[in-house]
Each structure stands twice: as C-alpha cells, then as structure tokens.
Design a binder for this molecule. Structure first.
Ligand SMILES: Nc1nc2c(ncn2[C@@H]2O[C@H](COP(=O)(O)OP(=O)(O)OP(=O)(O)O)[C@@H](O)[C@H]2O)c(=O)[nH]1
Ligand SMILES: [Mg+2]
Length: 759
C-alpha cells in the first residue's frame, strides 16, 4: 500500500526521471508538489483498507493504461467528510479552485449520450469488478448533475481512459499528454473527465469573450503533471500550463532575436513568459496617444521607442502584444520589431535582459509551445524542418507535418490500438459477462494497424531525402566535361571550363533541386597520374569525395567511349566491383556519357536522342516528353548491348548510362530521372508531397510494428490475454513517442537542441 502513487512514478511506460523531477520539488513550494503530496501520502493514508485496495490497484492499472491513451490518471477524493478532510496536506489549491474545472468536466460528461455510455460500459478497469454490487449504471455515471462540492466523498473508482477520452474532446488541436481523470462515485454523483488539451480549458487559439468570463475554463490542475496554477485575469485571458514533468519548464521570461543575423531591414525580438508585458514595459515607451498611459491589449501593434535603463533611446520600434494563450508559446508574448542590421536588435535585447528577461536557449520558444500543449512533438520537429527546408518540396512536406499530418495519422493508429486494448481489458475484467473474443476479426484489426504503420514508414525514405538531400560526386578523367556538366545541370557558371586538361584542381560545390530533392553536386579534379603536386592533391580529394558521396557519377567522353584510362579510374574506385573488399565507393553509381553531340549518328539511334539503360531492378519508364528512354533490363546487366560498350564489371556497377551533351544542355532531364529512380523517389519529381516521418519517428513506428508482430505471435500461440495486452501497450507506447505524448526527457533534449536560438 505504501507505494500507491510511487508505483505510478516508476511504471515502465513512464520516464522515471520525469516523475522524479516532479517529485523532487519540495512539498508546499508549489502547486505541483502540493498536489502530489496530497495524492501520494495524505490521500492514501486516509482511505480505509478495503477502499485503499481499489484505489491502489486502480491507480496502478490506470497509470499504465492511461499513459497509452494520453492520459495520466489522477484519482482523488475531496475532503468533504471524515478523515479525508485531512488527506490534503498541505491543502492544495483544490478543491475550490478545482471546482470550476470539475463543473466543466461534469457538463461535458452530461452531454455524452446514453447510448455512447452503454457502448463503453464494458471498458471499466478490473478494479471496478470488486465493486460490482455497488456499481452505478453507466447512464448514471455519465448523467450526473454538474458537480457540487457536496458530491465528493465516498468510494473511489477510476473511469476507464477510453471512456474519458470520449467524454472530453479538446476544442482545439489534439489531446494533450497530461490529463485529469476524476471519478468520485458514491452518494449518487459521479464526475468523469479528462483534461485533454489545456487549450480546451482556458481557451485556445481564439478564445471568445465567453471563455474569458465563464470562470470554468480558467483553472488548470497541477498534480501528476497537471498544473493547478492560479489564474491571473487582470487584463489577460486564462493561463493554462501543463507541466509534462519531462523537461522542467521554468517560469523565467525569455527573450531572443528571432530573425536571422544577416542584414535585413527589420529584426524581431520575442519575449515570452509571465513577465513579458511588464519587462517589455520597462523598455518600451509608447508614442502618440499612448504617451501618457499605456495598457497593452492583445494582438495590437503599438508604435514607440525602446530605451535602456538610463532612458537612452535605442531604436524606434513597433511592439506587438500577444497575450496567453493566443501566442506561439501559449504564454504572454511581446515582440519588438526593430530596425535590422544587428546593432539595434542587440541593444534592445540587452536592455530587455537588464529589465529581467533571460536569453532564450536554442529551441526554447518551441519547447514551451510543446510543453504548453500548443504543438505536439511531431509538429515541433516539422517547424525545425520547415526552417531548414532547402527545396520547395521539403518545405511542402514540413508544412504538411506542421499542420498535423504525422500526428493525425498516429492518433488514428493509437485510437485503433486503444479500441482493441479496451476490448481485451474488458474481457479480463468481465470475462463472465461478455462474449468471447472474435480472434480472426481481432487479427484483421491488428493487421490493419500494422498496414497503417507500414504506410507511414514508407514516407520515411522520401522524407529523409527531402531533409538531408543527396551528395553527388562527379568524377572522371580530365577534359570529359565534368565541370561543364555541373554548370549545365545547375544552370550556372559555377565552375571554370577550359579545353586544358586538369583545369579543375579542387572540389567545388553547387546545389540544385532534382525533383524536389536537394542535391549537392561536387565537381572534382580529373583523375590522372600527375607529377604536379597541386594536381595530385586535387586527385586525392576527388577520390575522397567519391568515397563519401551518396551517389557517384562517373563521366566519360561519349564520343570516344570507354577508354583504358576510364578503366583505371573505375578500378581505382570500385576495385573488383561493389561489395568487393577492394571497392572504396559506398554510394550508388551512374555513368554519364558526355559530349553526345560529338558522337557519330547511328542508324538505330540518332545523335539527338538520349538513352538511359538501367541495369538490374528497373522497369521501363518514360521520361516525360523528352526524347530520353529508360529501358528495363535483365538481372545484373544491360539487357541488350548498351549504347556505350562497357566491360562487364562496369555494366554491373552502374545502374544506368545517361547520354548528355553539356555544351548543348541535352540529356539533363534524363539525368534527373535516372537520379530519382536510383534513390527510389520518382514520385517526388511531380513536385510537392505530403508529410513524412523523420528518423526518430520512424524508429518509434518500427518498434510499434514489432510489438504488434509479437502480439500476433502471442495470439497464434494462444497465450493468455494478459500477454496480448502487454504487447499492445508496448505498441501504444511507441506510437505515443511519435507525437510526444510519452517521451523521455533525453529525447526532448535531442529534438530541441537541433533548433537554433530564437526558434
Ligand atoms: N562538344 C562538347 N564539348 C564539351 C562538352 N562538355 C564539355 N565540353 C568541352 O570539353 C572541354 C573540357 O570541359 P570541362 O568541363 O572543363 O572538363 P572537365 O572534365 O571538368 O576537365 P578537368 O577539370 O580538366 O578535369 C571544354 O572545352 C568544354 O567546352 C559537350 O557536351 N560537348
Ligand atoms: Mg573541371
């Protein structure tokens, strides 16, 4: 018994470090600690033996279940009568400040129809089996009148999270990680609720006057990761914090320049936190009619000046106030729009820091947005990707993620998993009451979820290509037209081109977008034996570039064909072919036969055409309206004699031969197509794409998929139901990591450390 709450803290699905970070706060110093203390010690101590059993088991069960359903269960009883009055030690802001919240929950619960209630009636946890005699009908459970203080007391029970999730839908955005689940069942009244999105309580993106005045949405409950902040309504809308307990969210007001450091005409400084307005007021001097008195209103722009502590003028500025929760961080935010160029913004920022703000750490604004429930983790990552996007397709993909693409897909998969879990749990709890499980149907549902995961995983490759791009090294002997090809492909004069062999000495970079994939082209020095020290170093660098590249394009002179020198270069790089111990190149390989314009016309293949012959694994595709053709081929070699006679090893190494004329800018479309086909992303060529999962998300999805595979094995082996639920919960947990509903502090650190300062 002594482990009630603490057992939850170290439950296998919850970051132990996360809970420790909450629990380590000294009791009484803040509402978190008070609430935990009340529930963890005082509350437990006050419960009678028989009820304690229910309490303890129910909490322990729900701690694991709820974690999977974005809900942290926090059952409590209010000190309405008897010794429970003393259970809250020290008395937290509850119950009075909790009442408006509970009233909201009750009215939401009341809104749920009886039929829905009946549908979920079987989902109550096993703990309630012990209460069957006193069990309230579900309709009663959900049609309790709005809560009054007197309604609390009596036996405790916990409502199944699945039902709780149905009871409360956030008005904005998605369900958030930390939720409240309260069910004080006795004396005829029951409240069931789950605080999902803090926005749902205190308003969201667009709070209405009603929201501000109702008093119902003002509180947030802080305990077990749920905030119970006092609400300051002086001029601002409700402030709702959800401390996820994973990364400690400090209460500092932070400031940073959020625009780039390069010279622009405007620089923006963002200040975020509870003191944002007061700190900004110490620096900002309003002009015009506000000169003699200024009470900032949300989402208004004010003109004025910024000053330092000695009232020295620093800059003329525009000030935008965005009060919580209608801001990027969901905190009070003030932005200073200064003159660009660095100096003005730096001086204003310094003044803000002297006035009490703290410099923001990298990614801290977005971290706060995540912690405050403004974004899920996948959306936060999408912001970082959007900022770093190098092509329009990459930006499109990041935008799709930012608008909830990944999160929505994963939420759907999770809710399907939860449906299955609820059914299994119900069989565990009420096996005598319910029909047995339809195993073939269950298998079908699990396969459906697996298919959904696989579909999400299929986006990973294209997403990765868009995010990281490709390094493509162009190698070959001198004078074959490598630099000319780079210039033609990038439509630039980046590289020096002369008829002198050995013109390029160093590795030269140029970027381009190939069907939306960001490509970094590396032009290299022509590879040959040389007594010239500088050229020798250049050749070494060429080889090093080829070794490190994702794709190596070897250029030969298409008019003269494959020569002995080409063969030497090929052997130096690929040795006895890919996979052999002598092969240095790790990436994929393409062969370009340049100077196609100089090639003598052949009866079967006019000089104006460009032919791409793929080796193994390629199907016939046509490349737009160009004259290029890509032929399917047999295994491991060109199906028919390629347009360029090659030794067998070369045929097996290069996935395709592309004929180009750099000087006439021909064959470049075919080169694009060959490159995209080589990396398996021809669909990107059509431009734009939907969301994609990143590496971290893909890894979690793979774990979820594996857990479902284990579940399928458990079913096939006719293992007990308990085993099935273990695997299903593991699958759910992995899915929760994608959106950040359950995520370790270290993961958050890694994700947000990738951001730059000011984001
Ligand atoms: N006719 C014709 N000439 C080309 C073509 N591509 C390049 N050339 C010419 O070939 C010569 C060498 O071109 P570069 O691009 O400098 O060749 P490179 O492979 O970079 O040579 P190095 O830098 O010395 O290794 C120049 O005179 C180009 O004008 C082509 O497609 N057709
Ligand atoms: Mg060159």
């Amino acid at each position: 018994m002594a482990t009630g709450i603490h057992r939850i803290k170290v439950s296998p699905v919850t970051s132990a470090a996360g809970w420790r970070s909450l629990g380590s706060r000294s009791p009484g110093t803040n509402s978190n600690a008070s609430a935990i203390d009340a529930a963890g010690s005082g509350g437990r101590a006050a419960i009678t033996n028989s009820t304690s059993h229910v309490w303890d088991r129910a909490l322990a069960r729900d701690a694991s279940t709820l974690n999977y359903s974005c809900v942290v269960s926090y059952a409590f009883r209010c000190p309405q009568s008897g010794p429970d009055m003393h259970a809250w030690n020290p008395p937290p802001p509850a119950p009075n400040s909790l009442m408006p919240f509970l009233a909201t929950m009750a009215s939401k619960a009341n809104a749920l129809s009886r039929s829905q209630a009946a549908a979920y009636s079987a989902t109550r946890p096993r703990a309630m089996r012990h209460q069957q005699q006193q069990r309230l009908p579900q309709s009663h459970l959900l049609t309790a009148p709005p809560c009054q203080a007197a309604d609390f007391g009596g036996a405790l029970s916990v409502v199944h999270p699945y039902m709780a999730a149905q009871v409360l839908q956030p008005r904005h955005g998605r369900m958030r990680p930390r939720s409240l689940l309260v069910n004080a069942a006795a004396g005829g009244s029951t409240i069931a609720g789950s605080e999902a999105n803090p926005m749902a309580m205190g308003g969201g993106d667009t709070p209405t006057e009603d929201d501000d005045d109702s008093g119902l949405g003002s509180g947030s409950v802080d305990g077990m990761g749920i905030s119970m902040d006092g609400v300051n309504r002086s001029g601002s809308s409700a402030r709702c914090h959800t401390d996820v307990g994973l990364t400690t969210k400090d209460e500092d007001t932070i400031a940073s320049i959020v625009t780039g450091v390069s010279h622009g005409s405007v620089a923006i400084i963002r200040v975020s936190g509870t003191e944002a307005v007061s700190i900004a007021s110490r620096v900002f001097r309003p002009g015009g009619r506000f000169r003699f008195g200024w009470q900032p209103k949300s989402h208004r722009v004010y003109y004025g000046t910024a000053v330092d502590g000695d009232e020295h003028l620093l800059d003329e500025v525009l000030l935008i106030v965005m009060l919580s929760p209608r801001s990027y961080t969901a905190e009070d935010v003030v932005e200073f729009h200064c003159h660009g160029g660095g100096v003005c913004a730096s001086r204003v920022l310094r003044s803000l820091i002297e006035a009490g703000a703290r410099p923001a750490k990298p990614g801290e604004f977005t971290l706060r947005a995540f912690l405050n429930g403004r974004l899920d983790l996948a959306q936060a990552e999408a912001i970082s990707e959007l900022i770093g996007a190098r092509t329009a397709a990459a930006a499109d993909s990041a935008l799709a993620g930012l608008r909830g693409g990944v999160g929505t897909a994963v939420t759907d998969l999770r809710s399907r998993c939860l449906d299955v879990l609820a059914e299994l749990e119900a069989r565990l709890d009420f096996d005598e009451d319910l029909p047995s499980i339809d195993v073939p149907e269950l298998k079908r549902r699990i396969e459906g979820i697996q298919a959904g995961i696989e579909k999400a995983l299929r986006t990973a490759r294209a997403g990765n290509l868009l995010r990281t791009g490709l390094q493509v090294a162009i190698v070959g002997r001198p004078n074959v037209g490598k630099s000319s090809l780079l210039n033609a492909w990038t439509n630039s004069d980046r590289a020096i081109v002369t008829e002198i062999a050995g013109t390029t000495r160093d590795v030269l970079e140029a970027t381009l977008s190939v069907g939306g994939v960001p490509v970094t082209l590396l032009d290299t020095a022509g590879i040959r034996q040389s007594s010239d020290v500088v050229e020798r170093i250049g050749v070494e660098r060429s080889q090093a570039a080829a070794v490190a590249a994702d794709i190596v394009i070897m250029v030969v002179d298409g008019a003269t064909g494959w020569t002995d020198t080409d063969n030497d270069i090929f052997r130096a790089l690929w040795g006895d072919g890919p996979g052999s111990s002598t092969c240095k190149v790790k990436g994929l390989a393409l062969l370009v036969a340049n100077k196609d314009d100089l090639r003598a016309p052949r009866p079967d293949n006019g000089a104006g055409s460009t032919t791409v012959d793929f080796g193994s694994n390629s199907a016939a595709i046509s490349v737009g309206a160009s004259t290029a053709h890509i032929h399917g081929a047999g295994s491991g070699a060109f199906a028919k004699e390629p347009p360029l006679p090659l030794p067998l090893l070369a045929r097996e190494t290069f996935a395709a031969v592309v004929r180009t004329s750099a000087s006439e800018r021909r064959g470049l479309e075919a080169l694009d197509a060959a490159l995209l086909k080589l990396v398996g992303a021809p669909q990107l060529a059509s431009g734009g794409m939907s969301w994609s999962v990143n590496e971290r998300q893909a890894e979690a999805l793979v774990r979820s998929h594996e857990a479902l595979m284990r579940l399928a094995e458990s079913i096939a082996a006719d293992m007990p139901l308990d085993f099935w639920t273990i695997d299903l919960r593991a699958a759910l947990l992995a899915l929760a990591e994608v959106s950040g509903d359950e995520v370790a502090e270290e993961v958050l650190d890694i994700v947000f450390s990738r951001f730059c300062i000011g984001k």
